[in-house]
Design a protein around this ligand. Structure first.
Ligand code: NAD
Length: 257
């Protein structure tokens, strides 16, 4: 599968799943725009590393996706966007009646509204190019709920709804829009929680992963950022040209329960 000549914008891609997806797209030959809200030398170094490893063009472009104008300006500044991966996301856990309003607003803005803004700017570019792929990184929480995650669950269900609507609006064009719904993924953030959980529960690493962290993931294994990258590349391939408006779960069976 070659994505040579395509430009991918991956939001929230200076770590975790976004970086894994950007690496997979670069590995398939796509030029890549990396993004997060910070503007540090190490962010730009991530783009330089993709150039060195894969021989593609890569840039890091800071934009705070909690702000509509910055989300839109990111895609405008990219100038070309054949593949848009809406990945940026944050989490906050609290009961509904104690959920801080500021956290609710931030989660809806970053996890849901930013995908609307980037898509709105990317679609005319895709139409001009006559081809496009939109991949929204939703979550198992886009299809099911957990207590204390009201904003996250609402935003991720919203992303799935946005995905279906955009797919219908582009159905007769060579543009697809799909959502990937990961279960628990082994990102640096999750990895960092394991030693604490081992201490709190007095358990070995493998036991804490199986019994505590992956209680809802029947496979009892984390998904990996490489697997999410591979799923994204598949959705960008010709084999997936008739896959649109759907969700692909990468969750070890979570949503089959
Ligand atoms: P992460 O914290 O490593 O990545 C989140 C990315 O979003 C980072 O690059 C961060 O800098 C960026 N970001 C946060 N706020 C931003 C803002 N205001 N503007 C621009 N960028 C911003 O976490 P991750 O686990 O890689 O999560 C990536 C996506 O995958 C999220 O949408 C998350 O909801 C989703 N997801 C993660 C898991 C998991 O288990 N890790 C499971 C399901 C879904």
């Amino acid at each position: 599968m070659s994505l040579k000549g395509k430009t991918a914008v991956v939001t929230g891609s200076n770590s975790g799943i976004g970086l894994g997806v950007a690496r997979a797209l670069a590995g398939a030959g796509a030029d890549v725009v990396l993004n997060s809200f910070t503007d540090r030398p190490e962010d730009h170094a991530l783009a330089a590393a993709l150039v060195a490893e894969f021989g593609v063009a890569a840039r890091y472009m800071p934009a705070d996706l909690s702000k509509a104008d910055e989300a839109r300006a990111l895609v405008e500044a990219a100038a070309r966007c054949d593949i848009l991966v809406n990945n940026a996301g944050i989490q906050h856990v609290a009961p509904v009646d104690q959920f801080p309003v500021e956290r609710w607003d931030a989660i809806i803005a970053i996890n849901l509204s930013s995908a609307f803004h980037t898509t709105a700017v990317a679609l005319p570019m895709m139409r001009k190019a006559g081809w496009g792929r939109i991949v929204n990184i939703a979550s198992a929480h886009g299809l099911t709920a957990s207590p204390f995650k009201s904003a996250y669950v609402a935003a991720k269900h919203g992303v799935v709804g946005l995905t279906k609507t955009v797919a219908l609006e582009t159905a007769e064009e060579a543009i697809t829009c799909n959502a990937i719904c990961p279960g628990y993924v082994l990102t640096p953030l999750v990895e960092a929680q394991i030693p604490d959980q081992m201490k709190v529960h007095g358990m070995e690493r493998e036991t804490v992963i199986r019994e505590v962290m992956l209680t809802r993931q029947p496979s009892k294994e984390f998904a990996t950022v490489e697997q999410l990258g591979g799923t994204t590349v598949f959705l960008c391939s010709d084999a997936a040209a008739q896959i649109t408006g759907t969700t692909i779960s990468v969750d070890g069976g979570w949503t089959a329960l």
